[in-house]
Ligand binder design. Sequence first.
Ligand code: ACO
Length: 328
Amino acid sequence: MTHGVTIAGTGSYVPEKIVTNDDLSKIVDTTDEWIVTRTGIKERRIAAENESSSDLATQAALKALEQSNTKAEDLELIIIATITPDTLTPSTAAYVQTNLGAHKAVAFDISAACAGFVYAMKIATNMINGGSVKNALIIGAEKLSCVTNWTDRTTCVLFGDGAGAAVLRPAEEGEGRILATDIGTDGTQTKILNIPGGGSACPTTPENIHENLATLTMSGKEVFKQAVTRMRDSANTVIERANLTPEDISLVIPHQANLRIIDAIADRLAVPNDRVFVNLHKYGNTSAAAIAIALDEANREGKIKKGENLVMVAFGAGLTWAAAAIEW
Ligand code: ACO
């Protein structure tokens, strides 16, 4: 008898170094007041030079393994969602497999930007439900500071580094479970949010290296509009698929990109603001790590109680979007 897939434990890790808005105002023409008013972000964490995405991921994973009482050697699957892999190949998941000693686990990365952690959740859930895997580790890990243009005030104030992880396994009777998931992509709008250089379409060369092409660019206003609509629709899809109504949702964990986007989504979902989890004032937008870190903090702060329903919803470059409804 199968009871679906449960989240057995969560973990997160952010680098020690804090960069405040005032710190940024010393390197680009901006102010704490502009950043807080337009985004809600007050500070972000920046990884050390010798700290890569796999290092952040490993720290988050160790905490999720500990909380779920899972031995690394019992893991059968590791999926890392990241747009800042340690190396283009092999995958960041391969490094993390070795760091953890998870020798039995098949390990690979996925690229779905800020929606990546929920994409990973859907893939792992399907593999567990299909019977091929029991213990799965999913991670969102980013070192966005290495793809940030630190001379562009319109983007550099938005991003930060960090990682979050969750261990998934088949649910026992009476345990919480993932009730519904939704993922989607619209590849017609790749230009409004991307890293144009550094890949096979536009490799970094001695001629273009000074143009900062391997950094995040964004049409902020267009992304804003798309984010609100896509996240509203995806959240509504999983609420409906799980046979819930907005009143049944105890906590919404949205992608942490901009407080105004989060407020707009809460409004459109008719969920009061005190049931929406926000931590972007501390970390900024950490892409695939954002929802994973938020899930772990909400869990460890006791913001989700056993039996309550939670909705996670994310949006990112691709465009990609994803949502999950979970009974805790
Ligand atoms: N400090 C001071 N002024 C600034 C800054 C800054 N850091 N950045 C921009 N400005 C200026 C602009 O130059 C512009 O000046 P102008 O009117 O003289 O031309 C003015 O402020 C207004 O700029 P807008 O871009 O119109 O500001 P907006 O209110 O749209 O806010 C923002 C910009 C915060 C980026 C917003 O559009 C946004 O949050 N968009 C969505 C981001 C998002 O959701 N990303 C998610 C995915 S990220 C990923 O996948 C990795």
